[in-house]
Design a binder for this molecule. Structure first.
Ligand SMILES: Cc1cc2nc3c(=O)[nH]c(=O)nc-3n(C[C@H](O)[C@H](O)[C@H](O)COP(=O)(O)OP(=O)(O)OC[C@H]3O[C@@H](n4cnc5c(N)ncnc54)[C@H](O)[C@@H]3O)c2cc1C
Length: 415
């Protein structure tokens, strides 16, 4: 028997277990998946939890519900990968041998990277919403907050779901309007980028939305420390932004396991071939999702497209065939803009988000880079799709693995 081991049972790992169980001959292959947590979190729901739009029950379920029969599911912390011995060390003395390894350990916040961030005011007037605990604590705070200066802040790039902090600012605007207290809240969006987003066309559209909603923008802000005694964030150029409530996205980093195993870059991401998903240093180790160093968005939709290509490549690797170099960085993300509307962006390594229609050229029904109620409905439907299709490895109709240029106003790129 040969062993295929998947590290991490989040979005990517769970999808890979579901894809591979039906593809690998059971008499020849054992599949094992390992995760430290019993709970599977729907992380996109962490955006809605602070505003009481989703309940805690809607964003978490038992992980075992989604691991297919026939896959060995181990709930333990992974201590070390020994790539030269083809072994993985788990907490305690357990050790796993592998013939093929898939690293799907994701990325997580590291607030201790910034002085003062997770000090005595952490979860008092400084919050994240990238963890279940953070989103829930922030929900409790927002329920009773009486207003003041709200600062929505990104520490450094890359972060998972790079549009989520913008969505947070937009939703905060409508949340306080609905509570008839928008006039008591001053919202500022603080980013290390030169604009609201990483891609020019989308940056322009998002900048207009921020302006329209009266949300101030502070760009090129490279945070040095949080002065929690005086309620301000300070950057390396000594620029200061005052807050009463700071909602920050701390530095995102791969798990320390990657560092301990000597397999990561300086943010603990695994150097990975951006088209095949094979790791650069080990031919029998593949990586997927947020754990990689790929120049694609760290998003569930990206992991979904990667999983389809990685499944093919694992089968090709086993047969000794050349790998498909076909992953194009495809990302498809709804951006909630508040008041029951959202934008949709669809892009890849070489094409930035532009206007157009999706998934049917000229028909839609979804509009790219334009606010609509239909896009908002798509965003809300994503939770059902996530639990019932995406992590079960079921193909989502009409959404192709590689980005299509049909229906997109690509000429605008060169303007
Ligand atoms: C607020 C927010 C909003 C988002 N919105 C969207 C959205 O609208 N659309 C979208 O497509 N994506 C969105 N995302 C991003 C999406 O959730 C992630 O990109 C996706 O979950 C990545 O999947 P992954 O499997 O690579 O990592 P994860 O799902 O994070 O899974 C990694 C797993 O590895 C396990 N693990 C790590 N280290 C160890 C260890 N040492 N031992 C044992 N287990 C370990 C973890 O416990 C975890 O279960 C959002 C994320 C956040 C935080």
């Amino acid at each position: 028997m040969k062993n295929l081991v998947i590290l991490g049972a989040g979005t990517s790992g769970t999808m890979m277990a579901n894809h591979l169980i039906s593809k690998l001959p059971k008499r020849e292959w054992n599949i094992t998946i390992v995760d430290q947590f019993k709970t599977h979190y729907y992380q996109p729901g962490f955006l809605f939890l602070p505003f009481d739009i989703y309940t805690t029950k809607q964003v978490k379920k038992k992980g075992e519900k989604f691991i297919p029969k026939g896959v060995n599911y181990i709930q333990k912390k992974i201590e070390l990968i020994k790539p030269d011995e083809n072994k993985v060390q788990l907490e305690g003395d357990a050790q796993l041998d592998y013939d093929i390894l898939i690293v799907a350990t994701g990325t997580k916040i590291a607030p201790s990277e910034i002085e003062g961030m997770d000090g005595p005011m952490w979860y008092k007037n400084i919050f994240d919403f990238y963890t279940y605990e953070g989103a829930k604590a922030l929900r409790n705070k927002l329920r009773e907050w009486e207003g003041g200066k709200l600062v929505v802040h990104i520490t450094e790039m890359p972060i998972k779901c790079p549009v989520a902090p913008l969505e947070f600012a937009f939703l905060a605007d409508s949340f306080f309007k609905n509570k008839s207290m928008r006039d008591k809240v001053d919202i500022t969006y603080v980013t290390p980028l030169g604009g609201a987003f990483t891609k020019p066309k989308a940056t322009e559209a998002l900048h207009h939305l921020l302006e329209e909603k009266g949300i101030k923008e502070v760009t090129d802000f490279n945070i040095e420390r949080v002065d929690y005694e005086n309620n301000k964030i300070v950057d390396y150029a000594d620029t200061e932004v005052e807050y009463d409530l700071l909602v920050t996205v701390p530095t995102n980093m791969g798990d320390e396991l990657i560092e301990r195993s000597g397999m990561g870059d300086d943010l603990n991401y695994v150097p990975t071939n951006k088209a095949t998903l094979q790791t650069n240093d080990y031919e029998n180790i593949f990586a997927i999702g947020d754990a990689t160093n790929l120049p694609a968005s760290k998003a569930g939709s990206v992991a979904h497209f990667e999983a389809e290509i990685l499944t093919d490549n694992i089968l090709r690797y086993i047969k000794g065939e050349p790998l498909k170099a076909e992953f194009d960085g495809h990302a498809n993300c709804f951006i909630e803009t508040g008041n029951g509307k959202a934008l949709l962006i669809d892009f890849n390594y070489t094409h930035e988000p532009v206007e157009g229609t999706f998934p049917f050229p000229g028909v839609g029904p979804l509009k790219l880079l334009k606010e609509s109620r239909m896009n908002h409905m798509g965003k809300m439907a994503f939770r059902w799709i996530y639990w019932n299709m995406l992590i079960k490895g079921i193909h989502i109709p009409f959404v192709s693995t590689n980005m299509t240029t049909k229906g997109k106003k690509l000429e605008k790129i060169n303007n």
